[in-house]
Design a protein around this ligand. Structure first.
Ligand code: GLV
Ligand code: GLV
Length: 336
């Protein structure tokens, strides 16, 4: 019988399935991110860990849990919260939960943000309610010829940085809204280019040509801070930035400067540099839309994520190779 610790209750019935597997399952009772101490205390001695992106799992945590730890199953697409190299060095399997469902959810949220930026949905909602930034405005008094004007998205250019599964689903959806799509990636995606009629270009050209720039790269040493004073400076005057990837890809204070100066017309952020702390300046800006890291929050995506996270654990307990190992090479050197 294996010991499994789940760092937080997740939606759907996947944890029921885990409990029915006949193993010893402990689910954190807190319903919030655990402190480093709580995580260590609760997970010491377990064979399997079901973690969330809010859990920071480094070499020290792995060693404190003990030499019997075989799998860290991360309930997320991103796995920058885990020291994957340290896990591999120890023969610990790390899995994540990518799927069409989660990729579609993030792509849909990205589009919701693009459209909300262009059509100023959040600002005008606050205006109608006479709340927030518009609390003192006197509210809605009827149709006006010039209230809340914004650009049409048709005919504009969308720049996608990172054309993985999520980025290409964002590109696919651009067809319906009739935008020109540019993308940047390490390697070209000739088939996707042909299928979707999109064009590869270097980052500088993408930034200079796009009316909307959306980020779909993982957080790595290379992408950390890639949207900064210099790259923001290369963006088109009056363009928009959307980030549904990871907060630290964008230097938040440089972004604030670019918004303040009018270089950018607006930004929509689902993730933040120091989540859950957000700069008060950013919060005060009416041309910034903020959502609380919910890009993957569809019923479909979260159910699938739960199913995948649980199945990976059960597979490893049964000696089967799980799907979605973030580093397949670890299978051959795995802890038994
Ligand atoms: C969410 O941010 C995820 O990585 O799944
Ligand atoms: C991850 O962000 C992906 O594009 O698959």
């Amino acid at each position: 019988m294996a010991k499994i610790f789940v760092t937080r209750k997740i939606p759907g019935n996947s944890l029921e399935k885990l409990k029915e597997s006949g193993n010893e399952v402990v689910i954190s009772e807190f319903g919030r991110p655990l402190t480093a101490e709580e995580l260590l205390e609760k997970s010491k001695g377990v064979d399997c860990l079901l973690s969330l992106l809010t859990d920071r799992i480094d070499a020290d945590v792995m060693d404190a849990i003990g030499p019997q730890l075989k799998i860290i199953s991360n309930y997320a697409v991103g796995f920058d919260n885990i020291d994957v190299k340290a896990a591999g060095d120890r023969g610990i399997i790390v899995t994540n939960t990518p799927s069409d469902e989660v990729n579609e959810a993030v792509a849909e949220h990205t589009w919701a943000l693009i459209l909300a930026l262009a059509r100023r949905i959040v600002e005008s909602d606050e205006f109608v309610r006479n709340q927030g930034y518009f609390a003192a405005s006197g509210g809605y008094k009827g149709w006006e010829p010039d209230s809340f004007l914004g650009p049409s998205v048709k005919g504009k250019t969308l720049g996608i940085i990172g054309l993985g599964r999520i980025g290409s689903m964002v590109a696919r959806r651009a067809k319906g809204y009739e935008l020109t799509v540019l993308y940047n990636k390490h390697s070209r995606e000739l088939e996707i280019e042909k299928e979707m009629g999109i064009r590869f270009c270097e980052l500088d050209e993408l930034l200079a040509s796009s009316d909307f720039v959306t980020l779909h790269v993982p957080l790595t040493d290379e992408t950390r801070g890639m949207i900064n004073k210099e790259t923001l400076g290369r963006m088109k005057q009056g363009s928009y930035l959307v980030n549904t990837a990871r907060g630290p890809i964008v230097d938040e204070s440089d972004l604030i400067e670019a918004l303040d100066s009018g270089k950018l017309a607006g930004a929509a952020l689902d993730v933040f540099e120091s989540e859950p702390t957000i700069s008060p300046k950013l919060i005060s800006m009416p041309n910034v839309i903020m959502t609380p890291h919910i890009a993957s929050a569809t019923w479909e995506a979260r159910n699938k994520m739960g199913e995948q996270a649980v199945t990976a654990i059960i597979d490893v307990i049964n000696g089967a190779k799980p799907q979605n190992m973030v580093d397949e090479r670890v299978w051959d050197v795995r802890r038994k």
